[in-house]
Each structure stands twice: as C-alpha cells, then as structure tokens.
Design a protein around this ligand. Sequence first.
Ligand code: SF4
Length: 365
Amino acid sequence: MRESYIQRQRADHGRRAVAVLPIHYPKELLTALDLLAVEVWGPPGAPRGDAAGRIQTYVCPVARNALAFLASGGADVVDAALFPHTCDSIQQLATLAADFGGWSKPALTFLHPKGFGRPSSRRFLAEELRALAGKLEAVAGRRLEPERLSSAIRLHREIDAHRAALLDGRATLPLDDPDLYALLRRGEWLWPEDHLAELRDARRLLGTAARRDGVPVLVTGYVPEPIGALAVLNAAGAYVAADDYAAVGRRIVREQDDAIADPWDALVARYAAAPPCPTRAADQDARMRYLEGLLERSGARGVIVHVVKFCEPELFDVPAIRRTFAARGVPLLQLEGELERQLSGQTVTRLEAFAELLSGPGGRA
Ligand code: SF4
C-alpha cells in the first residue's frame, strides 16, 4: 500500500520520497520541499532478509530490521534515506546501509543536540537544520523558499493540534485504541495534507460517544507494535488515556500558532517545545515530571512501559519511571517486545491480569 501511495504521489504531484528512520526529524523541511517522508519503524515482523545477521544480535530489532529492509530492496521506491541521530544504532546504520546493505541512494544524516539548556545547543541545531535543508534540496531538485517553510510549519502545527486534541479527548471519541492509533500512525507516511484531512474528520467525532467506562492507563514506550496489544487492553476493559510513545505522543508539539517572523527560528522553537525524550536529552527529572503530569491530567490508574528489547535510550529511563510511579503507589507493567507481529500468549495474559488489577478497588497493587 505504501509503495503504491509513493508511486501515486510521484505520478500525480511529481513528489520524490525519502525513507526516514526513527525518531525526531524536521518534517517541515521535507514538506516545504515537496518531499514525501515515509518513516521506517523496523518494519515489524521477521527481518526481510539475511542482512540483519550483519549486526550483532544484541542490537535492537529496529536497526536490524531496517538494515534487512533496505538491503532487500524494500525501500527502493524512495529517492533517499534520512538517518536522524536517535542513538548509536541508527547513526551507524547510515554507513552500514551502504557498506553492508548495498544502499546506493543518498544517505542523509541529521544530528540533533542532546539537551537544550545551552545557547550553543540552539546554534548547533540551527546550523544542522540548514545543513540538512541543503542536502534535501539536492534530493528534491529545488531550492527551499522561506515562505514555503513558514507554510509547512503552520501546516504541521495544525496537524499537531488535531493529534493532541484526539489524544486528549479520546474518552469521548467513538474509536477504539487500534483504530485511533492506525489513524495517528498513517501520519508516518501520508502526505501531510492528506493526513490533516483524516484528522479533521476524526476530530469532528470528539464528544459524540458516551464517556468510556474502561480503566484509563498511561502508556510510555517506543512504538505501539504489535497493535494487538491495544486490542487486548481494550477487550480487558482498559484504554490508553495518556500517550508517551516515541512514535506518537512524544512527537506532538503543543505550541501556539504564533506569527512566524523567521521560519528557522520557528523550527528551532518547535524542537525546543517538544515533549521530553531520552533520545533528545538526558534530563530524567524533567521527563519524570512530564510523565507525572500526564498521569494526573488523564486520570490514568496504571502505567504500561512498552519498550523494544535492547533499546538503550528507552531502557535507560525505565528504573527512574519505576521509582517515580512506585513512590505514588501506581501499578506498572513493563512489556519488552521484539517488533513481533503477534502478541505471545504470555503477554496477552499479563495485559489482561494488569487490566483486572486496575479494575479492582482504587486500582491499587
Ligand atoms: S536503540 Fe532504541 S532508539 Fe535506537 S533504533 Fe533501536 S529501538 Fe530505536
């Protein structure tokens, strides 16, 4: 489906496409240059070829699957690949894709600062954004016009506002979690205006359903795969009331739609306003305060930590997350997956037991 969509975008609009590895990148630059971003979160399931075996088995399945995917020709329909400096694994992939995976198209990198407390971080980011824009211009075959960048920033602000409204108002949205997440995750590959149209339609449904009577939970983690986990959660009488998935909620920037005097400054400001993420900064206190705020605002009665095996940035914060919520007496379930397509019977049982635990008096362990 994505391949045919990419081909239609090329045929109908002359848009070239860029495969983008997780997590944070300035999508506004691609939109302004009429480049379709198609994100590659693995993809899930078994590796698409034996190139995964060229990376050690203790590296996360996202990096291993991505190398196999690129090497097997899975992304040949795109014109370039972008590797943000999310972690050492993704950074290494930028060279491994060519050396071990036969990737012959442009492999672009985007090095975002780790931490944002110093003025030098802002300067560094501003320079990285301009450097990336130059590389993307070569892929797009056109110059980046400041007015188009400002329009793209406004477009992505609006998309984020709708995504935030849907997540915040989900208790009265007539969509179950798998359907809502399918909608939100189509933003990983749809042209932004197509995604915006779907979001607007969904937002009109807010408030049209009776308030959910299930148990609200907070989910923090990497990516909602397999999506069956959310279906099991719903069937067991719980639902995701607050989202801190790196692929979803952690990339929603809640900011005012202020006038844009300088689009580069606005891009830097957007980056600074994004929620805390261990791949962007190591300030655990700030992240714990943010997660506690999510819990309080959503009324979540439990926390699910849903991480990918061997994901160093996510796993680094897990002890602090455990301590934070244990101190508040909030039950916590940790799931560690390998990007499998199906849930194991053991995981189903653990999710069901957790939902049952939360359904008890006060939802206390
Ligand atoms: S280590 Fe974590 S952040 Fe890095 S690619 Fe793997 S899953 Fe993603």
